[in-house]
Ligand binder design. Structure first.
Ligand SMILES: Cc1cc2nc3c(=O)[nH]c(=O)nc-3n(C[C@H](O)[C@H](O)[C@H](O)COP(=O)(O)OP(=O)(O)OC[C@H]3O[C@@H](n4cnc5c(N)ncnc54)[C@H](O)[C@@H]3O)c2cc1C
Length: 414
């Protein structure tokens, strides 16, 4: 059996297939594999979340298929695999609910998976790019620049398009397409957003806070909350990354659309921010309380530099006291504090995206075995599939769960 791609999903698929006694060749284009694991979680690797969140996953495929695939390997069993089989104890980061290796070293996770694969008898072939796969009954022929490789079964775990420098540049997606699978158009997800320089937000670069963001994706309302960071080019942080797909899916508002269609698309990518836990009612009560400096009242709930910016944009003089706020100023300020329209003009794309949205549609594969419905003997797992989760270890949970399911199923007798 051949597994193509030694990333998170491919390594786990190979380990589980070999554990069932299969002869497994794991083919990887880079010199060492698992490069996304190495850069994950800021070099610490957020291996798993502590609490599952299937409802926060994004897919255009039937959602029950995604949930079934995710649930096939419950979190506590995934955690036990890392701690028991890999010998990598995980520690909970209380504030975020994320699980990291106790060592805080992503390298331990990558090296641990590679070592376990070798230990289970997986043969690893690095520096080998698979350029095409053809069904050659029986089995498959894999094309590489160095020649052809034959295998009775193939697991395609080549990832998506995000951070191509790690090895995932979409070759695998193109290969999947050649088999006639239904594909959902891909888009960068969990990627920072670009701000309009004219908004004057570059002066806020470095300011961070907890924010609540909301937008619409098609007919669905999307809401995220958590860390928000002003950057030199725009906006980042978990709350921004988690909502970025509403922008990346409607990238080009200006061209190709006009009238109602253009405004519907523009509305789709409008992100509104609430900068503190206080909503309209709570702010109104605070402005009604005994007189105080507006700047210092705001400064109790949002960073001072942001407070200053919001006051300027609302047309409120810096020395204004709450008792002398005009009604129009108060309304404008509360609007800026609770429903601020982020001046987003684009996104950082696949170069910075943590994952790829879209990919092979989940209804193109068997829900339990992850075997292609178009091509028996071909299995697909990981980011190549049409699903991604939020920041917090959920995307590795998807890669581990689908990798294991494909690895086990590919060893079942036909
Ligand atoms: C900066 C960053 C930080 C992240 N942090 C986290 C985190 O902390 N927690 C979390 O849950 N998720 C995180 N993610 C997301 C996570 O890394 C991915 O969801 C996960 O790696 C996907 O696994 P995969 O095996 O499907 O794909 P990949 O990890 O992309 O692996 C695909 C592999 O296939 C190889 N390959 C591709 N095409 C071919 C070919 N044609 N022939 C041979 N080999 C090929 C590639 O070289 C690569 O090794 C992060 C992502 C990024 C970019």
């Amino acid at each position: 059996m051949a597994v193509v791609g030694a990333g998170a999903a491919g390594l786990v698929a190979a380990i589980f297939a070999a554990s069932q006694g299969a002869d497994v060749l794991l083919i990887e284009r880079t010199a060492d594999g698992g490069r996304k694991i190495l850069i994950s979680g800021g070099g610490r690797c957020n291996v798993l979340p502590s609490v599952p969140a299937p409802e926060r996953f994004v897919t255009d495929s039937p959602a029950h298929l995604m949930r079934g695939m995710l649930k096939s390997w419950p979190l506590h069993e995934q955690r036990a695999f890392f701690e028991r089989d890999l010998g990598i104890p995980l520690a909970l980061e209380e504030a975020s609910g994320k699980l990291f290796p106790q060592s805080n070293r992503a390298r331990d996770v990558r090296d641990g998976l590679v070592a376990l694969a070798r230990d289970r008898g997986v043969r690893l072939q690095f520096d080998t790019l698979v350029t095409g796969i053809v069904a050659s009954a029986p089995g498959f022929t894999l094309r590489t620049p160095a020649g052809e490789i034959t295998a009775m079964r193939v697991i395609l775990a080549t990832g998506g398009l995000s951070v191509p420098a790690t090895g995932s540049d979409g070759t695998g997606l193109r290969i999947a397409e050649t088999f006639g699978h239904r594909m959902v158009e891909t888009y960068p997800a969990l990627t920072p957003l670009l701000g309009n320089p004219a908004a004057g937000h570059t002066a806020l670069a470095g300011v961070s806070l907890n924010a609540r963001l909301r937008a619409k994706s098609g007919r669905r309302a999307v809401e995220t909350s958590g860390g928000f960071l002003f950057t030199h080019r725009g906006y980042s942080g978990p709350s921004v990354l988690d909502i970025s797909h509403v922008v990346t899916r409607h990238p080009d508002v200006a061209s190709g659309f006009s009238g109602a269609e253009a405004s519907a698309k523009a509305a789709s990518r409008t992100i509104r921010a609430q900068w503190s836990p206080l909503g309209v009612r709570e702010w109104t009560a605070r402005f009604d309380a005994p007189s105080a400096s507006v700047a210092s009242l705001l400064g109790r709930h949002v960073p001072a530099r942001l407070a200053e910016q919001l006051m300027t944009e609302a047309g409120v003089p810096a020395d204004r006291r709450t008792s002398s706020l005009r009604r129009s100023e108060r309304t404008a300020l509360i609007d800026k504090l609770t429903s601020y329209e982020l001046p987003v003009i684009g996104d950082e794309g696949y170069k910075k995206a943590e994952v790829t949205g879209g990919g092979v549609a989940l209804d193109a594969i068997n829900q339990r075995t992850l075997e292609s419905k178009r091509c028996p003997g071909l299995y697909l797992c990981g980011e190549i599939l049409d699903a991604f989760g939020p920041i917090g270890g959920h995307n590795f949970a998807w890669a581990w769960a689908t990798g294991r399911a494909a690895g086990l199923a590919a060893t079942e007798p036909s």
